[in-house]
Design a protein around this ligand. Structure first.
Ligand SMILES: CC(C)(COP(=O)(O)OP(=O)(O)OC[C@H]1O[C@@H](n2cnc3c(N)ncnc32)[C@H](O)[C@@H]1OP(=O)(O)O)[C@@H](O)C(=O)NCCC(=O)NCCS
Length: 183
């Protein structure tokens, strides 16, 4: 059975389905300039067919237990994506990634979505460690783990090639024991 996560009254995280390809592509296309500042893939996502291929890849990854990617549905609109980019079952660890459409920014939606992912990861999947790597200069992205009690663990220099430049990553980690202690 597919997992649907609730994050407050108006926001739901639903596993991406092939039927979402058009809505997903429409958001990628409308937010392309913003997203490509921090994410490496928008330049390779040029049609609904590319979004379909991405969704298929994410569904295959989820079936193998190697990741979980959700569409963010707010007021019945697909407004972003968040999930576990990878899950390392042997080490009970996973990494969270996310993006939001511009119209949905600034309302706490992603903080709520990541908080729901933490509950699902630590509680539902039995993870011990969840990490977030955010661009060192990506203030909005870094604010999310900082709001949610992650510890800053270091910097990966020139960790990612994004839109013609290397981006340094700030690495944040949260352990199950620390998450449980905050509740
Ligand atoms: C990273 C990204 C998802 C952050 O979006 P965001 O809207 O700033 O994050 P949230 O949805 O958690 O909202 C937080 C904002 O809402 C405000 N807010 C309002 N109500 C809130 C609430 N109940 N709880 C938390 N924040 C709230 C916060 O003050 C903050 O705004 P501020 O930065 O002006 O102070 C978004 O900027 C994005 O998609 N960027 C491009 C892609 C990207 O960088 N992805 C990450 C790659 S590492």
């Amino acid at each position: 059975m597919e997992v649907v996560l609730k994050a407050g009254r108006a926001l739901e995280l639903r596993p991406l389905r092939l039927a979402d390809a058009r809505a997903l592509f429409a958001q990628v296309d409308a937010n392309r300039a913003r997203l490509r500042r921090w994410l490496p893939w928008p330049d390779a996502n040029l049609s609904p067919t590319d979004s379909r291929a991405y969704i298929l890849q994410m569904r295959t990854q989820a079936k193998a237990g190697l990741g979980q990617t959700f569409g963010l549905w707010w007021k019945d609109q697909l407004v972003g994506v968040a999930g576990f980019n990878w899950i390392d079952g042997a080490n009970h660890s996973a990494a969270v990634g996310y993006w939001l459409a511009e119209e949905a920014q600034g309302r706490g939606l992603m903080t709520a979505a990541v908080s729901a992912l933490l509950r699902h990861g630590f509680h539902g999947l039995g993870l011990n460690r969840i990490e977030i790597r955010a661009g060192l200069r990506n203030r909005r992205s870094r604010a999310i783990p900082e709001r949610l009690g992650f510890r800053r663990e270091g910097t990966l220099r020139q960790a990612e090639w994004v839109s013609g430049r290397y981006v340094d990553h700030a690495v944040y980690g949260l352990l199950a024991a620390a998450w449980k202690a905050r509740r």
